[in-house]
Design a protein around this ligand. Sequence first.
Ligand code: ADP
Length: 313
Amino acid sequence: EEEKNKYIRGKELGEGTYAVVYEGRLRADPTQLVAIKKIKVQKEYSDGIAPDAVREIKFLQELRHANIVRLHSVYSTRDQNLCLVLEHLPRGDLEMLIRDTAAVRYGAADIKAWMGMLCRAVAFCHDRAVLHRDIKPNNLLVAADGALKLADFGLARSCADPYRPMTANVITRWYRPPELLFGARHYTGGVDVWSVGLVFAELIIRNPYLPGNTEVEQIGLICRALGTPTEENWPGVTRLDSYTVPTDRVYPVAGRENFLGPFGTVGSDGVDLLMKTLVLDPRRRITSRAMLAHAWWHAEPRPTPIQDLPRRN
Ligand code: ADP
């Protein structure tokens, strides 16, 4: 109740799948802008927010990194909604940059800079045992200085399940790893690494790489592009609860030659890193820490300095 009174709520900035975001100002210093994100509590959970959730989110306030959206405060309202007070980042997101092919031009050096910021954010959290589970271009916000900031780290798990839509909106499944599609209940940072790989691929081709319309179609796209998960390439996969793959044929695991064509503009080191993020078996997938040690970061071209990154007007 005290936290709530620290802020003055302003106009609506946008509405997402499971939240409404408002502009806010610090009562003590109204020049200080924040974003207030009000999470819509799902009907099934209408007993209110589990005290656990609030505690878990409070923990995220300690998670401070240059490429993670700062969480200033958390409080619940009288009507059982949860409000997150976040760093104000009004310059849009990576999805807008990728889609605006008419006005935004970028190249390999820019992709390397954005990917570097994303990978550092992810590795920082994985080191602290926090998973994101919903990495996608529109969760990567752009700061005034051009820095990329990963939004909602860890919130996906603790607040609302992003895969169970509140509204009729279809939540994107394009970045979901095969282990989640197959219903694995134990998973690791590998889930985020897969999503990071799909963001990488999308930055290069400027289109979603695996845009499935249903879960079944998503699995089909993964099989065709990257290979059919089998006991040979992923020991244990057939025992996962919802393991189902296309039965028309067993697609071979994609090799370098399959990646060089569509993704070759990031160079052979870039292609190597991409391939290692899109390994089917999560145990064999590269870790976020290992991503940061990859040769690509040191290969030419050097990443673009953040102040020189392309932006929207
Ligand atoms: P989505 O579900 O589409 O990811 P969110 O619920 O995170 O969207 O946010 C909805 C909208 O609110 C965003 O599209 C964006 O315009 C705005 N927004 C979200 N976070 C911030 C922020 N930290 N600063 C400024 N605007 C934000």
